[in-house]
Design a protein around this ligand. Sequence first.
Ligand SMILES: NC(=O)c1ccc[n+]([C@@H]2O[C@H](COP(=O)([O-])OP(=O)(O)OC[C@H]3O[C@@H](n4cnc5c(N)ncnc54)[C@H](OP(=O)(O)O)[C@@H]3O)[C@@H](O)[C@H]2O)c1
Length: 279
Amino acid sequence: MKKLNMACIGVGNMGRALLRGMVTSGAVVPSRVFASDRNKQRLAELKRELKIHTSSDNREATRRADVVILAVKPQILHKVLDELAGQVQKQALFVSIAAGYPTGLIEQTLGDKTRVIRAMPNIAAMVGQAATAICAGRWAKKSDIRVATKLFETCGTCTTVDESLMDAVTGLSGTGPMYVFIIIEALSDAGVKVGLSRQQATALAIQTVSGAARMVKETGKHPIFLKDLVTSPGGTAINALYSMEKTGLRADLMDAVEAATRRSRELGLPLSGDGQQET
Ligand SMILES: NC(=O)c1ccc[n+]([C@@H]2O[C@H](COP(=O)([O-])OP(=O)(O)OC[C@H]3O[C@@H](n4cnc5c(N)ncnc54)[C@H](OP(=O)(O)O)[C@@H]3O)[C@@H](O)[C@H]2O)c1
């Protein structure tokens, strides 16, 4: 891993977070990392922070790369791939984090036998706590899966799934932090409604969500078992639960995950002749 030459195209929210994890963990050596983006200020800041090389020329950044992380928006990815086609190292592994974008489309543009891994991390990579799922393209080897897993594990957890499940992963965990941000905000509002200060309500909501998540993880118990622990007869929790069931919080969350999954699938639809997504 330490000998890997890496390039990352696009250092917005996700590209930056992933590079931070990979470089600061020591998985890759800063002098072997090249980041490119069209935003020069972002590049300058990242260069100062991580001591990596930067360029606003995607081809220059990828020229010597063994691993190329594609971290631009799905709608832009086809342009970037067209730019790189024919220019890339034959042995380079391409790791795309673009929502909905199938490995087959990348292989088709970059040329037959291109090794591609599709990944879906989430924004918690910013704090080293992403839940990432990856899948292999047609030409990727087992060793490519191992390399990608190690790289994403510098930013949280990483699991392998079949490509047919990547849109579902995008709907659940790729989009997932947003559901929890809204839940925290709603709990904070609720706390204010029942008389707490905003500051106290937010702090209590954050710790409650993080404590409950840790409890599910560390006990290994089914959430329903833990729910039963806190719902005493005639108590506050069972009354709260009854209210939530009437408004359909579970169905709302399931609908949201389904909507995000559907949108991820749409983003992967074949490109139309003018290079625009057919959605
Ligand atoms: N955000 C999430 O929660 C999340 C989670 C999982 C996966 N993803 C995936 O991660 C990818 C990046 O998302 P993001 O949220 O990090 O987006 P972002 O913040 O917009 O970052 C994309 C970066 O790419 C730059 N860029 C645009 N066109 C370029 C080009 N031709 N060459 C080089 N750089 C270019 C953008 O510059 P400008 O700002 O100037 O356009 C920006 O700095 C997307 O494909 C998304 O599906 C996102």
